[in-house]
Design a binder for this molecule. Structure first.
Ligand SMILES: NC(=O)C1=CN([C@@H]2O[C@H](COP(=O)(O)OP(=O)(O)OC[C@H]3O[C@@H](n4cnc5c(N)ncnc54)[C@H](OP(=O)(O)O)[C@@H]3O)[C@@H](O)[C@H]2O)C=CC1
Ligand SMILES: CC(=O)[C@@H](O)[C@H](O)COP(=O)(O)O
Ligand SMILES: [Mn+2]
Length: 392
């Protein structure tokens, strides 16, 4: 039987890489549903190629445009656009696995729907876990869903950890997340206010969406990944460490109690963790060239400079603070990054918006999705006001 896959965010960087891997294995996988926000033409091409049963667009005008294209091409794909359409395709009884590749907190509701339906959930959308925290993990456990990390660092750790998670607490000393340091690892900090969105999005090793690219440049991506690791691997925040490794060949490491360290290596290409998540515990070809150790240059490691990357430490601070603080941090960062990408906020103010929002929003209850979304909305509103004072 072929596995039926829903891809949430199919027009993005992770979405298109997922479809690339799926297309290499037509005997094993078929696309059940796709979702996108604005890219109608690309979505139509994906529908022509993969013939999904459903395609979801985020807005009515985009859905209408897609429906016309679907009709012209004689396809039977049903186009949906409704508030709960993402939940519908994430939890449909015919779906075997869901790739969560929407960017931001917007991906939380469909992730929870997939988890409640007990699906195999491949999680790239780290913000969903940063926002959802305990509720997300409880939902996965209560409904017997299978959660597979797609974020490259977490996929690496997942592959290095013993299969039996009940042994982790006794055996594991710490998790070592590697970080590229982004495009400004060596840039004079005095010039950070001049950075353009184009410069910030020029990641040294990966071609990714604009939001995660800016996060990599501030190292807020690593802050989100520390929080993501805390929940995925149920580990105390102080046992999660970050080391800069500019080549991104070592994707992350696990240090055990006897000081032995296991690492996962590979060419930096997201099709590797995607193929790993799709097939786990089997292995399938990803289309990625293997590492050529004869030609590999030096692998180097450095400490992250706290002055250059002040956002990194917000992860540990937020994890020590009352539950819900990570939801506030994520919302502030989404607002600040959007303002920077719109050229309304300078690059070096992203951290200031995050910090001031954390200082001024007290998290309330976070035991339901509605609680989390209300807190997210409150934090966004506050972050918007804070960002406004520095509008450029
Ligand atoms: N790119 C990478 O290599 C990696 C990404 N990740 C994580 O994976 C997630 C996706 O990243 P990436 O693929 O780079 O992002 P992209 O911006 O490239 O893609 C995002 C996708 O989500 C859709 N989308 C955007 N906003 C909404 C919304 N409000 N509602 C519904 N759909 C929406 C977009 O639609 P459209 O394009 O049609 O507007 C697109 O399909 C992020 O959480 C990121 O942190 C993790 C590790 C690596
Ligand atoms: C590919 C991936 O998982 C991204 O999160 C990427 O690793 C970004 O790396 P840095 O945030 O370390 O630049
Ligand atoms: Mn990552």
């Amino acid at each position: 039987m072929k596995q039926k896959i829903t891809v949430l965010g199919s027009t993005g960087s992770i979405g298109t890489n997922t479809l690339d891997v799926v297309a290499r294995h037509p005997e094993q996988y078929e696309i059940f549903a796709l979702s996108a926000s604005t890219q109608v033409d690309l979505m139509l091409r994906q529908c022509v190629q993969f013939k999904p049963r459903f395609a979801v667009m985020a807005s009515a005008p985009h859905a209408q445009q897609l429906a016309e294209g679907i009709k012209q091409n004689g396809l039977v794909t049903q186009v949906l656009q409704a508030q709960d359409a993402l939940e519908v395709i994430a939890s449909h009884p015919d779906v075997d696995a869901v790739m969560a590749a929407i960017v931001g907190a917007a991906g939380l509701a469909p992730c929870l729907a997939a988890a409640k339906a007990g699906k195999r959930l491949m999680l790239a959308n780290k913000e969903a876990l940063v926002v959802g925290g305990a509720l997300f993990m409880d939902t996965v456990k209560r409904h017997g869903a299978t959660l597979l990390p797609i974020d490259s660092e977490h996929s690496a750790i997942f592959q290095c950890l013993p299969e039996d998670s009940s042994t982790w607490a006794d055996r594991v000393d710490s998790l070592l997340l590697t970080a590229s340091g982004g495009p400004f690892r060596q840039r004079d900090p005095a010039t950070l206010s001049q950075i353009t969105p184009e410069q910030a999005c020029a990641h040294p090793n990966f071609s990714m969406g604009r939001k995660i690219s800016v996060d990599s440049a501030t190292m807020m991506n690593k802050a989100l990944e520390v929080i993501e690791a805390r929940w995925l691997f149920d580990i105390a925040p102080e046992k999660i460490k970050v080391v800069i490794h500019p080549q991104q060949i070592v994707h992350s490491m696990v240090q055990f109690k006897d000081s032995s360290v296991l690492a996962q290596l590979g060419t930096p290409d997201m099709r590797v963790p995607i193929a790993c998540g799709l097939a786990w515990p089997e292995r399938i070809a990803s289309g990625t060239p293997v590492l050529d150790f004869a030609r590999l240059a030096a692998l180097t490691f450095e400490v992250a400079d706290a002055q250059r990357f002040p956002g990194l430490h917000l992860s540990w601070q937020a994890l020590r603070a009352p539950e819900g603080t990570t939801t506030v941090l994520n919302a502030a960062n989404e607002v600040a990054v959007a303002a920077f990408l719109d050229r309304r906020l300078s690059f070096d103010r992203i951290h200031a918006v995050n910090l001031q929002t954390l200082e001024s929003v007290q998290p309330g209850p976070v035991s339901t999705l509605e609680d989390l979304m209300a807190l997210d909305a409150r934090a966004r509103e506050r972050a918007g006001v804070i960002a406004q004072q520095w509008v450029c």
